[in-house]
Design a protein around this ligand. Structure first.
Ligand code: AMP
Length: 280
C-alpha cells in the first residue's frame, strides 16, 4: 500500500493504474476507521480493481463551536486496517495541500442541502461538497462510495457529480450498526457507558416508526410523536431535528409514502451529536 500526501502524487498514482486498464474505487473518509468505513472499502472493491482511501479531517465542514478539535484520530491504526483490507493507496494530505494560501472556491448544492443537517450546520455541506469535488477531481474517473448513514450527504454528492459532469459513479452503502442498533460512528468513542446505553434510542425510534408504518399508520405527525417519545425516555438526550421527507427530493411530507420516505434524526447524547436515518 502506498501512502500519499499530495494531490499530484495521488493523481499520478491513479493515472498510472488507469493506464494499466485498472478501474479505481474511491472511499473518502475523515479517518478513525471503523466497521462502517471498512464495509465501504469492501463494497467498492467489488466494483473496482484498485481501492483508494482518503483520510482528511476537513476543517471547512465544521462550524464554529463544533467538534473539529476533538475529532478522534488514529492514523497508525487506520493504516493497518487499510493495508489488511487490500487498499492500494492511502491519501492523507496535510491541510495546506488541500487549501493552499489564497484558496477561495466553494461548491454549493442548493436545494438538497437546505433542511436537515444543512439547516442545523450552516456551511457544512458547502465544506463537504467542496472537499469531495476536489478529491474526485484529483482521483479522476472512478467509482466512489458513500454511506447511507449520511443520507443527505449522499444525495448532495450524487447531485454534484451529475451537475458538474464528474466522471464518477456514485454508490450508496447500507448503514453498519452495532448489535443493539446503534449506527457505528467515529464519534461514538466520545460516549460514556451510560450515554452509549441512551444512544440506542436513535435507531430504536426509527424502528418504532417503521413498525407503525407496517401496521398502516402513515401520519407524519403520529410518526414524529412516536419517535420523539422514544428519545425522550432516555436521560441526557436532546433532539436536534427529527424530519420525515421525500427520499429523493428531501421535501417535507404530510403523509408517509412507503417506498419513498426518509425518516432522519439528529440527537445530542450528552455533548455528542449523533445522526441516523431509515428509508421507508
Ligand atoms: P466519515 O469518516 O464520518 O466522514 O465517513 C466516511 C464515509 O463512511 C461516509 O461516506 C459515511 O457515510 C460512511 N459511514 C460512516 N459511518 C458509517 C456506517 N455506520 N455505515 C456505513 N457507512 C458509514
Amino acid at each position: 500500500m502506498q501512502r500519499l500526501a499530495t494531490p499530484t502524487e495521488l493523481r499520478d498514482w491513479c493515472e498510472a493504474r488507469r493506464r494499466e486498464g485498472r478501474r479505481i474505487g474511491f472511499v473518502p473518509t475523515m479517518g478513525y476507521l471503523h466497521r462502517g468505513h471498512m464495509s465501504l472499502v469492501e463494497l467498492v472493491g467489488r466494483h473496482a480493481d484498485e481501492v483508494v482511501v482518503s483520510i482528511f479531517v476537513n476543517p471547512r465542514q465544521f462550524g464554529d463551536g463544533e467538534d473539529l478539535a476533538r475529532y478522534p484520530r488514529d492514523l497508525e491504526g487506520d493504516e493497518v486496517k487499510c493495508r489488511q483490507a487490500g487498499v492500494g493507496a492511502l491519501f492523507v494530505p496535510p491541510v495546506q495541500q488541500m487549501y493552499p494560501k489564497g484558496f477561495q472556491t466553494r461548491v454549493k448544492v442548493s436545494d438538497l442541502t437546505q433542511g436537515l443537517c444543512g439547516a442545523r450546520r450552516p456551511g457544512h455541506f458547502e465544506g463537504v461538497c467542496t472537499v469531495v469535488a476536489k478529491l474526485l477531481n484529483i482521483v479522476g474517473p472512478c467509482v466512489a462510495v458513500f454511506g447511507q448513514k449520511d443520507y443527505q450527504q449522499l444525495l448532495a454528492i450524487r447531485r454534484m457529480t451529475v451537475d458538474l459532469n464528474l466522471p464518477v459513479e456514485v454508490l450508496g452503502a447500507p448503514t453498519v450498526r452495532d448489535p443493539d442498533g446503534l449506527a457505528v460512528s467515529s464519534r461514538n468513542v466520545h460516549l460514556s457507558a451510560d450515554q452509549r446505553g441512551s444512544a440506542k434510542c436513535l435507531s430504536g425510534a426509527l424502528r418504532q416508526v417503521q413498525e407503525q408504518v407496517r401496521e398502516g399508520e402513515l401520519s407524519v405527525r403520529v410518526a414524529r410523536e412516536t419517535a420523539s417519545s422514544v428519545i425522550a425516555q432516555q436521560a441526557g438526550t436532546r433532539i436536534d431535528y427529527l424530519e420525515i421527507r421525500d427520499a429523493e427530493t428531501l421535501v417535507q411530507l404530510d403523509q408517509i409514502r412507503p417506498g419513498g420516505t426518509l425518516v432522519a434524526l439528529a440527537v445530542f447524547v450528552g455533548g455528542t451529536r449523533l445522526i441516523d436515518n431509515i428509508l421507508i
